[in-house]
Design a protein around this ligand. Structure first.
Ligand code: SF4
Length: 139
């Protein structure tokens, strides 16, 4: 953790000094929360949700992002079981037709057998989903 903190500090320092942007690829949501301005959540090789870091972490709308954040310990009360997204990630060599997340998605229906395009259902938020959690994000 100490080395990780030093690396993150040096990377941010370099960005400030050189005026460059940085793309950080990680599974560690705690790292991105303190490091970046914008986040792209990817599933099966594609961006499924994209937006400002605080917007996406506070109000995720893609079912995969919702599941991902639900599995982070900080989002649960003590003693409660962590949420687990059912099933497995599909092989990139044999992706299903339609939405790649449909076999694991609680919102999947007939529409999801077609491939969803990126849309912008909220201001400054790009989402690849036919049924994003928009009501919940508005509350
Ligand atoms: S398009 Fe359908 S299956 Fe894919 S994430 Fe959205 S609701 Fe779920």
């Amino acid at each position: 953790m100490t080395i990780q903190g030093q690396i993150l500090y040096e990377a941010q320092k370099l960005c400030r000094e050189t005026g460059t942007a940085m793309i950080w690829i990680t599974h560690d949501l705690a790292v991105v929360a303190g490091l970046v301005d914008k986040i792209c959540v990817m599933y099966a090789g594609r961006i499924v949700e994209q937006g400002a870091i605080s917007d996406v972490l506070d109000n995720p709308v893609h079912p995969y992002t919702v599941g991902l954040l639900g599995s982070v310990p900080g989002h649960n009360t003590r003693g409660e079981r962590l949420y687990q997204i059912p099933g497995m990630t599909p092989s990139l060599l044999n992706l299903p037709t339609g939405c790649a997340f449909q076999a694991r998605c609680p919102r999947a229906d007939e529409a999801c057998t077609a491939e969803p395009n990126i849309t912008q259902p909220l201001a400054n938020r790009n989402v690849r989903c036919f049924h994003p959690y928009l009501q919940e994000a508005a509350e």
